[in-house]
Design a protein around this ligand. Structure first.
Ligand SMILES: [Zn+2]
Length: 320
């Protein structure tokens, strides 16, 4: 069930966006969207946890079944000196679930949590990593993500004392340069980017060939442009796509390879070209959305009228 909370708080957020975008899709399309491509180690009604590399697992959320415990994707990156949990998920139960899986798979509770951005479905459950009587993992986010996550805005987490506690000791990530978490036998890079929001982080292990792209990358689901700046989004994704041999964990949808990332960039390029033509012809963003047709060559993308209008509105805001 979709609660009143979901729709009132996040009508512009990724939760309502994903539900709207998928509303008219066939059951085959909905199923294919999150179908596993890697060995699955755990399956639940809300997500599967896939082994995607050495001591690295991706949470691929399956929210179209109705259980929205995690809602967005995330994962676990484990090393000798620590374990990074990627994302705070939608509900605290999602974060707790991932921490318990980390303990099963690696023998330890996460030592670090990294947020890719502030949206409710990525940060809303971050307090679920806390444990009674034990140290909580060290939270890392950019200053903008912290401010927005605690700002109580329409697509931000529900602000309460437990959320404030989770952010109380946050280690702020420098948004002007790449920073690193040294896990002993592997180094994980936090790459500051922009485009899905004013401050996004990609989480990269170059040696393992793995990139957690957050919502800079969507796979098979039309992206949510509610906070997006399209020219920055395209620049950020183009930069990440240069890691062409990486396995990419998108913010939403199944694992993405080089072809899926190229298809996504083609979608963004096609939207930008359409926006440019329509603006030049003096039309409004809503008119441009109405006349847009997703090219069949780009494959299956679940999309909604609202999502297309939001995309065109973003291009009208920042034409690039
Ligand atoms: Zn988002």
């Amino acid at each position: 069930m979709t609660s009143r909370r979901d729709f009132l708080r996040v009508s512009g957020g990724c939760v309502a966006h994903v539900l709207l975008s998928s509303a008219c899709a066939s059951s085959g399309t909905r199923h294919r969207w999150t179908a596993p491509q890697q060995p699955v180690v755990v399956t639940t009604p809300f997500a599967h946890l896939d082994a995607i590399g050495p001591d690295t697992w991706a949470v691929i959320s399956t929210p179209l079944g109705g259980d929205r415990t995690t809602f967005g994707n995330g994962g676990i990156i484990a090393g000798r000196a620590g374990v990074i949990a990627v994302e705070g998920f939608y509900r605290p139960a999602g974060a707790t679930w991932l921490a318990e899986r980390a303990r099963e798979l690696t023998g330890r509770w996460p030592t670090h949590v990294v947020l890719t951005h502030y949206h409710l479905d990525h940060a809303g459950g971050v307090q679920g990593y806390a444990r009674d009587g034990s140290a909580a993992p060290q939270l890392r986010s950019t200053a903008v993500t912290r401010t927005q996550a605690l700002g109580g805005g329409p697509v931000a987490p529900v602000k309460d004392a437990s959320l404030e506690r989770a952010f109380a000791d946050v280690v702020v990530v420098d948004a002007t340069r790449t920073s690193r978490i040294d896990l002993g036998n592997r180094v994980v890079e936090l790459i500051p980017l922009r485009g899905h929001t004013a401050s996004d982080l990609a989480i990269v292990d170059e040696n393992a060939g793995i990139t957690f792209a957050g919502d800079l990358l969507w796979n098979g689901m039309f992206p949510n442009f509610v906070d997006a700046t399209p020219p920055q989004l395209i620049a950020s994704m183009t930069q990440l796509a240069a890691r062409s041999r990486h396995a990419f964990v998108p913010g939403h949808g199944g694992m993405a390879d080089r072809a899926s990332v190229a298809r996504y960039l083609d979608l963004l390029g096609d939207l930008g070209a359409h926006a440019g033509r329509e603006r030049a012809a003096g039309r409004t963003a809503v008119e441009a959305a109405a006349s847009y047709r997703l090219p069949a060559s780009l494959g299956e993308w679940m999309a909604s009228k609202t999502g297309l209008e939001r995309a065109m509105t973003a291009w009208w805001r920042a034409p690039g």
